[in-house]
Design a protein around this ligand. Structure first.
Ligand code: 8X3
Length: 248
């Protein structure tokens, strides 16, 4: 199995790379931070075959160039995990920063589309493949000061559904994963390095870990051939909704 993972240098992407290495999948790890890609290649290279691609998912030319120029032995991608994505800022629309919106819409929506577009034709040709999109509970419900992030994840929900409609006839599975509160660098990025604010998000309850989500991704990609895990929402046990968390 060959798996391509975006956002592989941190969080859910990284945990998924580690979990896939345990399954002996060959890994194409994609990210923007070369030092982290190198470190991960070194670490997981002891277990399985690893190659890395450095691109920004928001740049179609770069995405297409990197993926279409993969060496022949890496071209037959079986699994695509669209894990790259982020939240930037948290405020009402009238107070929001349009450059934050660009980062979220271009990364979470356009980036996911670009990478998928670069990988899908090969899957269609081979009549096999599995695409896993990382959405969010924020794609299922909108919360105050999160409209643009929520909109970007609602778009991921629509893209997962649309991909499934387009690709099922070609023998390709699409899984949409919607995590709740996962403790990663997510909140540090959202709050632009404000550690106190970021830490507060995960206080008073046991948040999900990136590994919890990776476990579910493994469950989806190892399901029998006739089974598609179409859509899974994963919440922390203390969490009842995006912003409804029972804290001690
Ligand atoms: C992250 C989950 O609830 O912080 O996608 O928006 S939430």
């Amino acid at each position: 199995m060959i798996a391509l993972i975006t956002g592989a240098t941190s969080g859910i992407g990284r945990a998924t790379a580690e979990a896939f290495a345990d399954l002996d999948y060959q890994l194409i790890l994609c990210g923007r931070r070369q030092d982290r890609l190198d470190e991960l290649e070194q670490q997981l290279g002891a277990q399985t075959q690893v190659t890395t691609l450095n691109f920004d998912v928001r740049d179609w030319a770069d995405v297409n160039d990197a993926i279409s120029n993969l060496p022949d032995e890496w071209k037959a991608i079986d699994i695509l995990v669209n894990s790259a994505g982020n939240a930037y800022g948290m405020s009402a629309i009238q107070d929001g920063d349009p450059s934050d919106w660009d980062l979220m819409i271009d990364g979470n929506v356009q980036g996911l589309l670009y990478v998928s577009k670069a990988v899908m034709p090969g899957m269609v040709e081979r009549k096999r493949g599995h695409i896993v999109n990382l959405s969010s509970v924020a794609g299922k419900e909108t919360y105050p000061n999160g409209a643009v992030y929520c909109a970007s994840k609602a778009a991921v929900e629509a893209l997962s559904a649309g991909m499934r409609l387009d690709m099922t006839q070609h023998g390709i599975k699409v899984t949409n994963i919607a995590p709740g509160a996962v403790e990663t660098e997510f909140s540090m990025v959202r709050f632009k390095g404000d550690k106190e604010r970021a830490d507060k998000i995960y206080q008073g309850f046991i948040p999900l870990t990136a590994e919890d989500i990776a476990d579910t991704i493994v469950f989806a990609v190892t399901a029998p051939g006739h089974v598609t895990i179409a859509d899974i929402t994963i919440l922390a046990s203390a969490q009842a909704g995006a912003q409804t968390i029972h804290r001690k």
